[in-house]
Each structure stands twice: as C-alpha cells, then as structure tokens.
Design a protein around this ligand. Structure first.
Ligand code: FES
Length: 128
C-alpha cells in the first residue's frame, strides 16, 4: 500500500454544495482549507496565499484559477502553481473525490514552505 492510500479521506460536504466559481472554507483536523468549484470540478487547496500569507478564501475564481483579493496573485487550483505575480511559490492541493454524493478530501499537512529566490530556485531557509 502506498503512502497516498494510507491517508484517509475526510467528508467535507454534500455534492452540489457549491455553485460554479464558488469557494468554501472547510475544516479538516484543526486546519482550514478551501474547497473550490472550478469549471464544474471540485478542488481542495491550501487557504494561504504564498505572497504574504493571506487567506485566499475571499479570492475570485475564473476558470481554473483563484485570484488573491489582496494583491492579485493567481494560483491554478488544479495543481497549486502560482500563475501570476506577486506570488511565485505554489500552494498545496489535496485530492478530492465524490463518494455516494459526499465530497471527500484527502488532507495531508503541507510541507513547511521553503524560501525561493526566483533567480536561483528553491533554497532551504538559511540556518542561524
Ligand atoms: S497576499 Fe495574496 S497577492 Fe499579496
């Protein structure tokens, strides 16, 4: 059994709870994540803009992107990639499935962010 299969799915709501381009904050364990209906599919993403650690829940969804309400960074909800500045680091995404009319998310606590210098790529935080 792979590590992905060992992570349980958690029920977060009923199928149909979100209209197209709607976003809902849902709690899994002690963490708030976002459930997004983008292009008719549900996606689960981290509720954290990587530009300035702001929540993304007030963001606007257009196509497969969510736009941060603060400074306009955009993220692809399908893979978490940053698609518009000022953010350049990705957000975490989580697998979603519909089972018997219930939306389930396979949540795994995201890895701590790494410092990324866009000129040289990912780097670990410098040690003291
Ligand atoms: S905090 Fe999201 S774009 Fe600045």
């Amino acid at each position: 059994m792979s590590q992905e299969e060992e992570i349980p799915f958690t029920s977060v709501g009923e199928e149909g709870m979100l209209k197209l381009n709607e976003v809902a904050q849902v709690a899994i364990e002690d963490t708030q994540i976002l459930l997004v209906n983008a292009e008719g599919q549900y996606y689960a993403i981290q509720d954290l803009c990587t530009h300035d650690d702001a929540p993304l829940g007030q963001g606007r969804v257009v196509g497969c992107e969510i736009e941060c309400a603060r400074h306009g960074a955009k993220f692809d909800v399908t893979d978490g990639s940053a698609t518009a500045l000022p953010a350049f680091r990705p957000i975490a995404t989580f697998p979603v499935r519909i089972k018997d009319g219930v939306i389930e998310v396979q949540y795994k606590k995201p890895e701590p962010p790494k410092f990324e210098d866009p000129r040289i790529g990912f780097q670990p935080f410098p040690s003291a």
